[in-house]
Ligand binder design. Structure first.
Ligand code: NAD
Ligand code: MG
Length: 388
């Protein structure tokens, strides 16, 4: 029987890859609702393509444009926060959460409903409010399947043994566009250069996070919450070919790894349908043709965001929430050309060290969002001082 599916962030990079999986598997899914940010036309196209019943846009000002674009289709629509929450509230077996940034937290959290599965791409939900989010998911009996390729690979590798027998769980990083650049070269890089990812084609925020390696830091925090692994048992390895996505080293010395060609449709298909694997008509991994896979340790001197995220994970409390908020403001400022590349990590570090009272883990998502708002305000005040 077809599973009903709602897609949050349907017009984005992950949303579009999800649409391709759904179109290739017409019998497996019935799309209930699609949610987007600002682009009414793109959302309407997506709703029509997928045969969705309802489309919701976060941007209230685009309500009329969305309604017009869907006129005569029988697809319901709405705009603004309440429409997004209405979309999330409609009955669906699976909600694919792929809004980018902390903006995804409220709707993804509202999507937690008994018996549902959340296919989670929006890692910022877990970085901002991981403990509270996971506690609510457990309480409501919600299954969370990871879309992030590293976590999807780890999820399967971890199924080969018991949590307490895991010595280390390792996620890989391609290294981003600046892997081979010197610190001086990186310091002068603009947002266009930082967005030229060598392997993955992604949304603008995660592109910059991949260039700073903050993405890998956020993923360590995500892995900590998803798999109940302490910081000491988590690690990062740079692997430019992006074929091995996650590895689990067991206490007997054996290693279980998850491999796939770097195409997000693979983990998406898996996260949407994890009991029975769907047939995906994609190129197959040909290791003989690739012939060589390489690995190196990450360089935390050239990529200080990784060590800041590791420190926040280790220190715990509200620091991951604060780090995540400061990073979003810093990335926005960098993309707007207001600050240089290394001002991103400087700003994050300054906000983390000056935010008052970062001791307690936010007990609820609401509490996490309050801290997030305060840390953002603090970061915004610091941007002018770092102006290039
Ligand atoms: P993107 O920028 O391409 O797409 C973001 C989507 O969210 C768009 O549909 C946009 O309209 C929507 N959106 C933005 N703000 C919104 C709001 N306030 N309310 C509702 N919708 C809103 O981003 P992406 O690359 O698809 O990434 C999405 C998430 O998936 C991120 O959390 C990212 O870290 C994660 N992720 C992405 C990839 C990838 O390959 N792109 C891989 C792993 C994880
Ligand atoms: Mg990833």
């Amino acid at each position: 029987m077809a599973r009903s599916l709602t897609i949050l962030g349907a017009t984005g990079s992950i949303g579009r890859s999800t649409a391709e999986v759904v179109v290739a598997q017409r019998d497996a899914f019935q799309v209930e609702a699609v949610v987007g940010g600002h682009d009414a036309r793109a959302l309407a196209e997506m709703a029509k393509r997928l045969g969705a019943r309802f489309a919701a846009l976060a941007d209230e000002g685009a309500a009329a444009e969305l309604r017009e674009a869907l006129a005569g289709t029988g697809i319901g629509s709405g705009a603004g926060r309440s429409a997004v929450l209405e979309a999330v509230d409609r009955p669906a077996d699976i909600v694919l959460a792929a809004i980018s940034g902390t903006a995804g937290l409220e709707p993804t959290h509202a999507a937690l409903k008994p018996g549902r599965c959340i296919a989670l791409a929006n890692k910022e939900s877990l970085v901002c409010a991981g403990a509270a989010f996971m506690a609510d998911a457990r309480r409501l009996g919600v299954e969370i399947t990871p879309v992030d390729s590293e976590h999807n690979a780890l999820d399967h590798a971890l199924a080969a043994g018991r949590n307490k027998d895991v010595e280390k769980a390792v996620i890989t990083a391609s290294g981003g566009p600046f892997r081979t650049w010197t610190r001086e070269q990186i310091a002068g890089a603009n947002a266009k250069q930082a967005s030229a990812h060598p392997v993955w084609s992604m949304g603008s925020k995660i592109n910059i996070d991949s260039a700073t390696l903050m993405n890998k830091g956020l993923e360590l925090i995500e892995a900590h919450h998803l798999f109940d692994l302490e910081p000491e048992r988590l690690d990062v390895l740079v692997h430019p070919e992006a074929i091995v996505h996650g590895l689990v080293q067991w206490r007997d010395g054996a290693v279980t790894a998850g491999l796939a060609l770097p195409d997000m449709k693979v983990p998406i298909a898996n996260a949407l349908h994890d009991e029975v694997r769907l047939f995906m008509d994609l190129p197959r991994l040909d290791l003989a043709a690739i012939s060589r896979l390489t690995f190196e340790r990450p360089d935390e001197v050239r990529f200080p965001c990784l060590s800041l995220a590791k420190a926040a994970l280790q220190a715990g409390g509200a620091l991951p929430t604060i780090l995540n908020a400061a990073n979003e403001i810093a990335v926005e400022a960098y993309m707007a050309g207001q600050i240089g590349f290394y001002a991103i990590s400087e700003l994050v570090e300054e906000v983390c060290s000056t935010y008052p009272g970062s001791g307690n883990v936010p007990a609820t998502v609401t509490e996490a969002l309050v801290i997030d708002g305060e840390a953002r305000a603090l970061a915004r005040r610091l941007v002018p001082a770092k102006h290039v």
